[in-house]
Design a protein around this ligand. Sequence first.
Ligand code: IOT
Ligand code: MG
Ligand code: MG
Length: 510
Amino acid sequence: MASQDLPAAFGFLASARPSGGRIPRAAFATRGTHTGVDLRLRSQTLGATLVHAPGLPPDSAQAHDADTAVLLAGEIYNRDDLYSVLGPNTERSSDAQLVLDLLRRYGRHAFRLVNGRFAAVVGTGRQVLLATDHAGSIPLYVCASPGEVTAATEAKTLAGHGGPRGFPFADARRVRGLPGVYQVPAGAVMDIGLDAGTAETHRTWAPPLARRIMDEDDAVAAVRTALDRAVGARITPGGTPLVVLSGGIDSSGVAALAHRAAGAIDSLSMGTEVSDEFAQAKAVADHLGTRHREITVPTADLLGQLPYAVWAAESEDPDIIEYLLPLVALYRALDGPPRRVLTGYGADIPLAGMHREDRLPDLDTAVAYDMATYDGLNEMSPVLSAVSGHWSTHPYWDRDVLDLLVSLEAGLKRRYGRDKWVLRAAMAELLPEQTVKRPKLGVHEGSGTTSSFSLLLLEEGVAEQSVGAAKQQVVRELFDRTVVAGEDPGEVSTAEVVRSVADRLERGAA
Ligand code: IOT
Ligand code: MG
Ligand code: MG
């Protein structure tokens, strides 16, 4: 049964009050069944709507005792480690129960121990804890005022909950257009007092700043072991994972390890009529013996789905949206029952794959910059695939893999004239030589997304030097309409938004 393969909940909208609970209604971009939860604790009530896979009751997304309740979207990857500190008599049940048990032992510091892809809300006494994983990979938003804390995994569900009453939080990022709504930082627990509506933010993870010198062989073995574990933790026994495969080293490495761990995988490649990486992906699929499928999305359809990409990602960064658009289009074209999807996303951040940079100082500048700026971009958000009901997870941003990759000295990342050297070496035995040696190609390049979006703007009369600014404006307007104003992305026309931005730029320039 496919749904056993999925986390108990993909997302939530929750409201904590001193008493007199209410189950807030939500319009999620995440596709799934909505189930109401009404938990009456000794000192507060916690009402929520959970969004989850159809046919999979979300009971295990919640756990509580008389004082404390945990709601958890997503999943935990270091369960064995966590149970090992809880003692041999601890019964293994849901991830939410595991967090509740850890909270009893460690208080809010419990979240420092967890390696996962999750967002959690905890009601305890008169406090509300809001926790994100180290990467903030499930975005979490909050709006609080004295007497009520509302939190959700999608900002759009808090539109209308905010307003001038929403309390300002110094440590969290404001969401433009939604007054009173803030994004909980990545790798953090916000501890909010229900009566005053004020918060303290505690960091539970920070990107490593130091770099480690390792012997070539040790580094290669460490990367292989860490990635193998991360992939293994993301596969459910008996399930067949789907790997979104470009035929680059990142996703091919995941495919190879997943194939070994699961016994079999499905793989899926996306292209457009302008550009694809089908041959390179097929070489890997043939080598591993995966059940492989190619999906061609016409460029006009691809660009037409920009409103969906912004609606799902709730991101205003035009570069990130260009990476995410082809993936969102791919997930939306993936019909059938909900799948567990593994990606190679994020490998280029700790390894500086995007920077095509030979000089080591510049390489580490790129790594340090990217590791300091990823929070709030939402590029890992599960909503990207959950818009069509699928659960996605990213082994390269597993906490242990990321800690290792970031911290390797730059000379292990670029070596013998090759980018991402340590990863290529770690995967060399498992993949065809041509794959291991293949130069990096970004998903926005391989699908022609960047060039097609530029062309659309140029054809509307945007000057060459204004294309970047125009993309930013298009993405902002799509954010305002689909996230802030709650418009159905299916009713928003990319062509019209592009035209209005082009007109505005022309008037501004005249
Ligand atoms: P890229 O690394 O090319 O692709 C990311 C993942 O998307 C791949 O590993 C693969 O799982 C999937 N994918 C890519 N192309 C296809 C395709 N044609 N068909 C099916 N699946 C595909 C951009 C990038 O280069 O993507 N993402 C970077 C960097 C993000 C920058 N962010 C930041 N600085 N905060 C990355 O590291 O993934
Ligand atoms: Mg990559
Ligand atoms: Mg690529």
